[in-house]
Design a protein around this ligand. Sequence first.
Ligand SMILES: [Zn+2]
Length: 113
Amino acid sequence: MRERLISACYFLISWKGWVLRRALSIVQFEEMKGKTFTEVRVVEKLCEVCDKPLRTEEKTLKTIEISDYNSYSNLLTRQRAHDRVEVDLEENKIYLYHHDYPGDIHPSCIAKL
Ligand SMILES: [Zn+2]
């Protein structure tokens, strides 16, 4: 439910042109067709108390070409292995998000304990 709300917010924001990253689930095949994308793995290190990111780590993985509907369909299938997947159609990048709890807490969250 929370993920859906976040996706809906991202969609509204991107529709207004403020944020370029959109959830893969709302990006159509026609928008990605014939383009080459760079896959970027993003690990969000989350706070043990509030679940919000402490920091993120990005790593470029590989490039993929969405040449036909099959390659788009494969990408949709693969997104289940990630916490969420977002696409930047301006920069031609696909962001694969993962969550991790490194055991750290925001200084402001420590104060709340
Ligand atoms: Zn926190």
